[in-house]
Design a binder for this molecule. Sequence first.
Ligand code: FES
Length: 105
Amino acid sequence: PLIKYVDHSGNEFEADVDVGKTVMEGAMDNMIDGILAECGGCCSCATCHVYVDEAFLPITGTAEGMEKEMLSAVNDPKPNSRLSCQIVVNDEMDGLRVEMPESQY
Ligand code: FES
């Protein structure tokens, strides 16, 4: 599935991410800046914060539990905030657009 990563300046990067990988891994594998992922994907750093395109929220779901708690500490959290290491790519997510915050701190 093709995932679109949009940075704070509006630059768009596309990556073909394998089903089963996370949106965070897709960014790392394709050298897309804007997601730091300091903890490597174990939901403990919150430096992989993204805003999910509203149209895709029914597919990705919204943050729950631990992830939701972590998101309360990020810069400028919004209802469509997710930690990208917690979004596992599936076929339905083809065309998914995520915006990256200005800063992960
Ligand atoms: Fe650390 Fe997502 S990579 S919380």
